[in-house]
Design a protein around this ligand. Structure first.
Ligand code: G
Ligand code: G
Ligand code: NA
Ligand code: MN
Length: 253
């Protein structure tokens, strides 16, 4: 495992970068966007998964530093894709401390404005657990982001504990159903029941529904039959470097 000192040095050397995982419309198969996922380009170990550094950074001031570094790189990637004729929406993950900090929210919205990317092209993803554990501190910032025109996604839905009442107070535009309820749902009635109920709730709340972790055609067909809007998962594509995304989009039109 890594120490905070190692991670701080790596942050100073900007060794972190976003990979991108496409999101596609289930009705048409068309790409509608991509989720930015943090990776560490370690000088010896190669590409390191966020599993090995996000939990260490969370709760420390370095988490804000990582998120800012990634956002800048996403904005640069979006600008490069746009100059190559590809305009693709991107989702970016925010952690609990990011979302609870008014100053941080002001900084990231300034950054986006500097790169002249329309807020409607960016969706901020926050996990259900993050939001529900910090509901009062998060709500004002969620509303602030929404009013500026950003999309807001509730991530990993179904594994946290939110009541419908709490959910209805959050200005989300997208509900991402955790892969625990997508993967294998075609063969498992319990998973399927939760998946079906979550999609129905998304429809009632008039938000975009996304099935995460789609690995099989059976799961894809089930999401289609349940009228889920979007899908993301290894069946469609694994997270990839920024330079690969335009080629992938071209090959999958
Ligand atoms: O891409 P991967 O499966 O390795 O991501 C593992 C976990 O790390 C996921 O839960 C994902 O949401 C989280 N994660 C990836 N990138 C970021 C990020 O930039 N910020 C935050 N807060 N979480 C991230
Ligand atoms: O928590 P979040 O939804 O942001 O997690 C995204 C993580 O899930 C990333 O680490 C990504 O690599 C991983 N992931 C994406 N698609 C799949 C999939 O189809 N199967 C599995 N097992 N993991 C996936
Ligand atoms: Na996410
Ligand atoms: Mn998720």
């Amino acid at each position: 495992t890594f120490t905070l000192d190692e991670l701080e040095l790596a942050l100073d050397q900007k060794q972190f970068l976003p990979y991108y995982q496409p999101k596609v419309a289930i009705s048409s198969g068309q790409v509608v966007g991509a989720e930015a996922l943090a990776r560490w380009q370690h000088p010896i170990q190669g590409i390191v998964s966020p599993f090995f550094f996000i939990p260490i950074l969370e709760g420390t001031p370095l988490m804000a530093k990582l998120t800012l570094l990634l956002i800048e790189q996403v904005l640069r990637d979006m600008a490069a894709w746009r100059s190559g004729g590809l305009s693709i929406d991107v989702s970016i993950n925010l952690s609990a401390e990011n979302l609870g900090d008014r100053g941080f929210i002001d900084r990231i919205t300034d950054l986006v404005a500097n790169y002249e990317i329309p807020p409607s092209c960016i969706t901020w993803e926050v996990t259900e657990t993050t939001v529900m554990n910090n509901l009062s501190s998060c709500l004002a910032n969620l509303a602030r982001l929404r009013l500026k025109g950003y999309g807001l996604a509730m991530d990993d839905y179904g594994i946290g504990y939110s009541s419908m009442q709490q959910l209805s107070r959050c200005p989300f535009t997208e509900l991402k159903i955790d892969r625990a309820f997508v993967d294998g749902a075609a063969e498992r009635p319990n998973r399927r029941a939760i998946l079906e109920t979550s999609i129905a709730m998304g429809v009632k709340l008039a938000v975009t529904t996304v099935g995460e972790g789609v690995e099989s055609l059976a799961d894809w067909h089930l999401l289609r039959d349940l009228a889920c809007d979007l899908a993301q998962g290894f069946l469609i594509a694994k997270p990839m470097p920024a330079d690969d995304l335009p080629h992938w989009v071209d090959a999958n039109r």
